[in-house]
Design a protein around this ligand. Sequence first.
Ligand code: SF4
Length: 364
Amino acid sequence: MNYPIWVRYGRDAREMAADLLAAAQVERRIPAGASVAIKPNLVVPGPASLGAVTHPELVEGALRYLIDCGVTDITIMEGSWVGASTRQAFRDCGYDELARRYDVRLLDLKGDETVQVTVDGETIWVCRSALEAGYLINMPVIKGHCQTRMTCALKNLKGCIPDREKRRFHALGLQRPIALLAAALRPSVTLADGLCGDLEFEEGGNPVAMDRAALCFDPVRLDSWVCALLGFSPEDVPYISMAEALGAGSTYFEPADIVPLNEPPSLPQASPSRRIEELARHIDARQACSACYGSLLHALSRMREAGTLPRVTGSIRVGQGYRGQQLRGIGIGRCAAGCERRLPGCPPTARAIREFLEDAFRDS
Ligand code: SF4
């Protein structure tokens, strides 16, 4: 099934979640009387502004939508990474307060019963409450990851296995185990937080404002798009195609499958981390939307990791302030189409930017 990927830009996470769920008519898919589970990413305790965890406001938007649709049985469930306390994450990430306000349950999956599931001849252990949810809403963060390069829909499900299994997954190199888990535990829908996920690390610290959220019924397809969004090629993130081979979804998408609900907003004033400041030296932004600017930062970061980013690049232009101008040098996005060398798109993905810049710097 060719599911669309709905994208909503903005900074009001509550509205963004409700709009995406409504656009996809999620209420029609929830069986009457079903227990609904929401699985955010609360990998470590801390505020969502650091780029690691799902914004509670996004989950709040989903809760309001569900309650308006008459859903009464809702649980927010998570098992933070090994060594972190989920209880503390619930508290420090703002979920205790959220659960109180909306009278929903919080479940620490670290204490949940586990069930043995066999996939492709291999056995994995999965938390029973996630497996048996009547409707599972996966709410990951779109962000970089130091081992798997990126993390979103599929890797977020790792919070639904016990700690001993998380350790085993790491010992096995993560890629195939994540794919097996994708086949064992299929979220009903994935609503991804792309507001300010981290540039490189799942625990945050270098948030990049991207001001978007996205929804898809196919987690493999969503991850495949996120892979491009963050500047990676499919070979960089093998677990996505492994999950496809196990029947967990499709990696295929084309531009027509991406359905934006609105236009990207312009870039907010924020205090970037040093790592991001270093990359921003290469950019000359004028009234740039965060979606374009953030994609360019991710592309530069991928190039730096790959050793293809020259020390001096000249200014790379991006933003609405370049509309209608004929300029020398490099321009990114439709607005900078008057530049001598330019990449169209509104906004282009980081993968497209990376490929374009690597070509441009190779030629120069
Ligand atoms: S191309 Fe222009 S309008 Fe489109 S995202 Fe980039 S800066 Fe914004």
